[in-house]
Design a protein around this ligand. Structure first.
Ligand code: ACM
Length: 627
């Protein structure tokens, strides 16, 4: 009896140690589980061997203190049993951002060459503890770390997320939360989209109207792009901006989390907020220009081109525009210590330039025939300005059109094509393609999630490889997920759109390609759902949902269903009843009877309902067949 109990206990311990290995996102480069574990108690001293290792040691102690209800002593030296060590000699297998972590029943040793490596090691260590460690209140848990040896370092040096704070404004505390949560998944770059048609969000003392006027729009809700235009005399009450002091505070906060902030001032297009503040920045100088609340201000055509019905592009032929930008950069650029400054360059509509006599005269002077080439002229002037500040220009892939100097860095968003072309020309490239990394797109069925014009499922994001075959690795800095906030008004919605896709992307950007495997990831993703629950962080469960496609052949409609998650059973009805485990279980494509039918489908996993109920009415089933 005693032997059996012991055996049972032993196998439980081994099982739970193995289970702990299932909870790391991103998965480490190398990891060996061993038997046993180290139990952390209030007496577990955390020692650090160098002043620069103190912050990581303290981070570990601080993060544990609330859920554990005790604070680990943090001391200089090497007494341990939890030891933080900054190595004197660089080791190739961990590089600048990597770390070595050894846990045995005697204690924990975390070593790295640089503070960033220790910081990432702490994130791993915390993920090895029970989910309760994420809670904001004292919890009862066994604070044991399984015995393990980890050798880890990132695949890419640029592991980014972008937050658009123009379409909706996010106060300082929200931005800090965004940064803090990024850091837990070993992201190191925060791209801050600070200006657009819907709000200018950064204080510029030389041009106070940029924020007194440009940061405010009329209050609207409803789907972006079809909202009511500002009405005559209507007060602009929605918005906000960051003072330069707040920007510094956030940049410093990010640095403490080993995150570099890359600011973006989007030029010459996407500038309606600036033009509302200073109409002379545009060609038409229309003093009725207002900061846009998300109204229908552009016509989009099937070939991907578009027409702006309100001017939102700065005038490249007016020297006053360059004086303005010189002054803006003089104030803004020094706030950000990182090497890159993002100037946008995307979706700049040239229609107003084509009609403007000043632009025509400039084209003549420059001996250029196409109005598009004025974009090259404009961006090149920006690059000259930024070089004076010691910064590298970074822009969306449109900057390749109209010519750009080889020292400019390119962010590829219209698929991977621009990035590949840029790398071939010798530009540095960050891959953030719509096809894998646009986190504003729907991740679930458009009949359940608020519809966005395109869809991107978590599994697709996970399949992203920022380094396409045939491209020289040295040009690909890394990759980035972009969160445009047209339809994202607050942090709960931000989190819903981020997770689980930002976890998938974290693994894409950090872990070796060979370690990536979707089914294994889903097990860890589910553990992170539980952790997010403890932390009060929102996420989407669309990965469980039935993914439904239809096709018609000779008037007969066939339905195909699958789920992104392995091991999910889908039950459905076509008889106007609610589906459950007693309904037909989907096993292979089936045809629908003639006449209008509504399909209802729901997922179960291990007998438990998971995800959303999907209801597709006859017209929606038809619409899908047409795609
Ligand atoms: C972009 O999505 N317009 C860069």
């Amino acid at each position: 009896m005693r032997t059996r109990t012991l055996l049972l206990l032993l196998s439980l311990t081994i099982l739970s140690a193995a289970a702990f290995a299932q909870q790391l996102i991103p998965i480490p480069a190398e990891m060996q589980m061993q038997n046993g574990s180290y139990r952390i108690t209030a007496a577990s001293v955390v020692s650090y061997n160098a002043p620069a290792a103190q912050a990581a040691a303290k981070e570990f102690s601080d993060r544990l203190s609330i859920p554990a209800g005790f604070t680990l002593p943090v001391q200089s030296g090497s007494g341990g049993p939890v030891r933080f060590i900054l190595l004197e000699k660089k080791e190739k297998r961990i590089g600048n951002e990597g770390y070595l972590l050894t846990v045995s029943s005697d204690g924990i040793t975390l070593s790295a060459y640089a503070p960033a490596g220790l910081y990432y090691g702490v994130q791993t260590l915390l993920q090895l503890l029970p989910a309760e460690v994420e809670g904001n209140t004292p919890a009862t848990a066994e604070w044991s770390v399984p015995a393990v040896t980890i050798v880890d370092k990132p695949r890419f040096g640029w592991r980014g997320l972008m937050l658009d704070v123009s379409r909706h404004f996010f106060p300082v505390e929200d931005v800090k939360t965004f940064i803090r949560q990024m850091a837990r998944y070993k992201y190191n770059t925060f791209h801050w989209h600070l200006t657009d048609d819907n709000g200018w969000r950064i204080e510029v003392k030389a041009y106070p109207r940029l924020t007194s006027v440009g940061a405010w729009r009329v209050e609207r809700s409803g789907a972006f792009g079809s909202r009511l235009d500002p009405q005559p005399g209507e007060a602009a009450t929605y918005g906000g901006f960051y003072t330069q002091e707040q920007i510094k505070e956030i940049v410093q906060y990010a640095a403490q989390h080993h995150i570099t902030v890359v600011p973006e001032i989007d030029l010459p297009g996407h500038s309606m907020a600036a033009i509302a503040a200073y109409p002379w920045l545009s060609t038409k100088k229309d003093t009725n220009t207002r900061v846009n609340p998300g109204s229908d201000f552009a016509d989009w055509f099937a070939n991907g081109t578009f027409k702006m019905n309100i001017e939102n592009t700065l005038n490249p032929s007016d020297e006053r525009v360059y004086e303005f930008l010189e002054k803006v950069f003089a104030e803004v650029v020094p706030l950000f210590p990182g090497p890159y400054f993002h100037v946008g360059g995307d979706e700049a509509y040239k229609g107003y330039w084509a009609q403007d006599p000043g632009c025509q005269a400039l084209m003549k002077k420059l001996n250029i025939r196409h109005v598009e080439d004025l974009q090259g002229y404009f961006i090149t002037r920006l690059e000259t300005m930024l070089k004076k500040h010691g910064k590298k220009l970074l822009g969306w892939d449109e900057i390749l059109e109209g010519g750009v100097s080889p020292t400019a860095a390119v962010m590829s968003w219209r698929g991977m094509k621009g990035g590949i072309e840029a790398a071939e020309k010798g530009h540095e490239v960050v891959m953030s393609p719509t096809t894998f990394a646009y986190l504003d797109y729907n991740q679930g069925d458009q009949t359940v999630d608020p519809p966005v014009y395109a869809s991107l499922r978590a599994k697709k994001t996970y399949s992203f490889d920022p380094l396409p075959e045939g491209v020289e690795a040295k040009y690909i800095l890394g990759g980035q997920g972009n969160l445009w906030t047209e339809n994202i008004p607050h942090m709960r919605a931000v989190q819903y759109m981020l997770y689980p896709r930002a976890w998938a992307l974290a693994e894409v950007l950090w872990s070796p390609k060979e370690r990536k495997e979707w089914n294994g990831f889903t097990v860890r993703m589910e553990e992170h759902f539980r952790r997010a629950d403890k932390a009060g962080i929102n996420y989407s469960t669309a990965v469980f949902d039935p993914v439904i496609r239809t096709r018609t052949n000779n008037g007969v409609m066939t339905v195909e269903m699958e789920s992104e998650m392995p091991g999910v059973d889908i039950y459905y009805t076509i008889d106007e009843t609610m589906p459950d485990e007693g309904s037909p279980r989907y096993s292979s494509p089936f045809t629908l009877p003639p006449g209008p039918v509504t399909l209802r489908a729901v997922s179960y996993r291990n007998g438990v309902r998971a995800g959303n109920l999907i209801i597709l009415k006859p017209e929606e089933l038809q619409k899908r067949a047409g795609r």
